[in-house]
Design a protein around this ligand. Sequence first.
Ligand code: NDP
Length: 429
Amino acid sequence: MKSSRIPGFYKKTVEERKELLREALELSEEDLGVLSSNEALPIETADKMIENVVGTFPLPLGLGLNFLINGKDYVIPMAIEEPSVVASASHIAKIVRDAGGFKTEASERIMIGQIQVVGCSNYEQAKQILLKQKEALIDAANAAYPSIVARGGGARDLDVRILNDSPKSSYGKMLVLHLYIDTCDAMGANIINTMVESLAPTVEELTDGKVYLRILSNFADRCVAKATCVIPPELLVTGDFSGEEVRDGVVYAFEFADSDPYRAVTHNKGIMNGIDPVVIATGNDWRAVEAGAHAYASRFGSYRSMTKWSVDKEGNLVGELELPMSIGTVGGAIRVHPISQLAHKILQVDSASELAQVIVAVGLAQNLGALKALVTDGIQKGHMALHSRSVAIAAGATGEMIDIIAEQLVKEKEIRVGKAKELVEQYTK
Ligand code: NDP
């Protein structure tokens, strides 16, 4: 690549951009051919969704099965590239189903908008003035986005904090106004940002300060969903492991993650293995959900397990997962991506609150799937068997050859691309 400076790239058509890319990187027609092969998201739609589009990037879409949540059955669309995640979620959902299913609940869907004010001559006084004007400020925010008020949502409350009270930084104190907004079934970024931007001039006037940032907070701790499950040990028997052994192993695994960030990060990554694919498939912003989830896992001052596993008086394994869930069933990519629209039809959820509850149930299932494997056979047995198919494809296997080569790799306990290439050569001789 001579230079990544390609003036006017954004103004070109997709075909022109591809041609520029081909020339710049000496790619072949065949290289670029893969960019045109996805019919599910038309290139014209993709070109309107983001900038500098040259193609689309498909992911496998699998279905998580067996989910019984609050007595209702769900088929869960999951978009993910990692093998064994969908299988594991479905496996645990079957066990939980036999134990009566997941129970879930959700808080109100209150999102937070922040306004940062600096340069006030008297911060305490500025804070009191804003609090005194609370009702007027809430009314003004709602006037900036009347349609969400008409839908039953809108700004509900307001709070003010002073940060850097004992300043380490030379820039010193600042005042932060929090606007609490019910965004109904939308994730709400645009609603929130419109409201806080509209309040900024008034806030400057009232505080005699300067407003810098006006933006939502992804730490959506007033928009949380919680899932629980209660599993008798007999449903946890795995191979030679008794249900009690598996149950106790899961609790030990939780306690490990809850007291050690090195373990917690991997433990929580496993939870997000379940959550992200549903968030992605439903057209939601998984970066927002990821950021909120990890911040919530740190809310007590250190980074800890997102889930909690314990044993009740009857000896059952009890699992809980509570997370912020800033997702929507309307808006953003949901209304333009044809697959996300289908995903919502498959899920049959009536509201963002219901979708949030389904998502945390999948996260809880995914965590138990990983922990159950880890405390019994280890993660590699099931994972590598499924991974072997990707290895076979990477080695050039196609069609029926993929499963044959994959099985052979597992049988020979050598799941490597080099080995797979040897097998492909033998097979095609
Ligand atoms: P939209 O603005 O696209 O959609 C929300 C709008 O949908 C509402 O304002 C409302 O408009 C309409 N609507 C229709 N039915 C309903 C309903 N039942 N409940 C609520 N609203 C309804 O999307 P969002 O504001 O939700 O923004 C989401 C996007 O913002 C995501 O794609 C995200 O990536 C992006 N984003 C995220 C940021 C972050 O996380 N930090 C920052 C900036 C953007 P009306 O009433 O007028 O019909």
